[in-house]
Design a protein around this ligand. Structure first.
Ligand code: ZN
Ligand code: ZN
Length: 136
């Protein structure tokens, strides 16, 4: 998988806090997050806290998704009205962070829709098909 911005640089996988990111180690130092990785990392309920609002401000870019979908990424705000713009793939829902954007998102995420570690674990169990007692 190649960097969407540098194109000829391969992204290197690395793990941090149980989340595997892909990192443009040899180029722009940008980071790719697959769908669902960001929310685990910053402990929010969704990758994009106000997804519908963010999508309403999406602008097409010339950068291609690094995954097989190779769609054009769209640029959208992490939170509507905030200055942090991310690149997002409408097809696989992956997100691209330019250098230092991930840190800015982390500090924004502290104040929004934060869920605890227990909730995250429960959510992961549910995604694996774990049946909570009493649910059908
Ligand atoms: Zn790069
Ligand atoms: Zn994609």
């Amino acid at each position: 998988m190649n960097c969407p911005k540098c194109k000829n640089k391969a992204l290197e996988p690395f793990e941090n806090d149980g989340v595997e990111f892909d990192f443009c180690a040899d180029g722009c130092l940008g980071v790719w997050c697959d769908h669902g990785e960001l929310k685990h990392y910053v402990e929010t309920i969704n990758d994009l806290p106000g997804k519908v609002n963010s999508l309403s401000q999406a602008v097409q870019t010339l950068f291609k998704c690094p995954k097989e979908c190779s769609n054009n990424l769209v640029e959208l705000p992490y939170i509507k009205g905030k200055e942090i713009l991310l690149d997002y793939c409408p097809s696989c829902h992956g997100l691209w962070f330019d250098f230092k954007e991930l840190g800015k998102v982390e500090s924004l995420a502290i104040n929004i829709d934060k869920v605890g570690k227990l909730e995250r674990t429960m959510e992961r169990l549910r995604q694996r098909g774990f049946k909570v007692m009493g649910s059908s």
